[in-house]
Design a protein around this ligand. Sequence first.
Ligand code: KIV
Ligand code: ZN
Length: 541
Amino acid sequence: MTTTKPSTTNPITNTDRVLIFDTTLRDGEQSPGASMNLAEKLEVARTLETLGVDIIEAGFPVASPGDFEAVKAIAEQSTRSIICGLARALKGDIDRAAEAVKPAGKRARIHVFLATSAIHRQFKLNKVKEEIVKQARESVAYAKTLIDDIEFSPEDASRTEPDFLAEVVQAVIEAGARTVNIPDTVGYAYPNDYADLITYLRANVKDIDKAVISVHCHNDLGLAVANSLAAVRAGARQVECTINGIGERAGNCSLEEVVMAMRVRKDMFGGITTGIASAHLYGASRLVQSITGLMVQRNKAIVGDNAFAHESGIHQHGMMKNPECYEIMTPKSVGVPETNLVLGKHSGRAALGKHLETLGLGVSESDMGKLFDAFKVLADRKKEVYDGDLIALVEEVVRGRTVDSWVLDYLHTASSSGEGAGSGALATATVRLKKGEQRIIDAATGDGPVDAAVQAINRICGFTGSVEDFRLRAVTKGGDAQGEVSIRVRVKPVGEDGPGIVVGGKGLSTDIVHASALAYLDAINRVAFQTGRLDYRNATV
Ligand code: KIV
Ligand code: ZN
């Protein structure tokens, strides 16, 4: 099928909006070690709605009962975004997805996918072209009987023969797909070629104007954002992306980068915009970092710690004369926290709530009480409370909600100092953990106070672990700044074989050793929750 049809509209001068389809909760969650619990997924979904995301891909309902429940709960909670569930082109998958997204009512979408490239047809599906077209058409037609808003993805589209791709796309549009997504599944595409592919489909699919063209780019060659932008210039009107670009392997197109590239370089897009409230980008990025434990590199565009830091004297001088000498967007425009004092210990709950709203942080009513208590404690301890402190506090409260988690009740460490100390000198730690009424105390030695605290926690919880990555950052400036420790650890229950599970953890305190112990315990709680191994040693003190 290749009916050549001249493209009637100029893709760039067409002033439509580009829809932002966020898949942090589906493709993003497929990043190794990024799994989120239900409460965390709900928090991310709330934040995505505040950010102005048009479509939230909430999960893959058939994948597990947990995925199903999460998609359903997000659909129930949602108020404005379209809620989408992924399904293979199979009846059982589609039924499950339909049931999960149904609570979103008119805002429910099913995303059906089926691979189309020669390599996938031969080695993965063992199907010929005709069978693929038939399955794609029938699965979309079936999904359409359950939910009106259907999206179809020919997986590995960028490596599919263009004429066959056009045939599949025409078939699914005829069957009722309203969105046709053209995934660069393995991150192989190159901006010019990918844009040409979109142009080709616009010219060669008879009914292409009946559907929105979407793009979904992976970042294996670091080209996901460039490819997505090239596709928008060629006429795509939906971009699939994730917060911080997390996702399978090297990740997906980064939401914050694609949104700001379109905003800052409007001239390249003929006035086409997205509906994203960019001042909430930083808050969303921080939340996803904190929940997944996947920390963005300092020099990451838009949301990295160094994105707006000017080190050289020449730059600083230029910045003082006119920020536009070296800044193409302001930190404020993407929500990087101001260093002004924002709230103090006399601020009330309403003021705190209002301020969180301006930061784009969607704290549920039930978390607000806990957050306000934590804020009061911090405001008492610190002279000044900044936006960065508030963002970190929200993350702390959200993360602390894992069911059945152990809490650090007491920590005392001692390390040798003076003559003979240094490498080889032992430190000791005494740790008491509590969960409900249960309290367990133990002590251990280690290479330093952090290692000693980790060993004591291991003894109590029955895990062994090694720290694979450790990062410390000051949340704000000043001697009394809170230190935020983010770690990735590989842990496994004592006596169990195998490589263990890699998991992230985070801790926040004005004391670094305390923050480290909190981060390690956070990781242990997550692994215990994921593996269902909550049967800690039963020694109560
Ligand atoms: O990368 C991909 O092809 C996907 C599809 C399911 C859209 O994630
Ligand atoms: Zn993908």
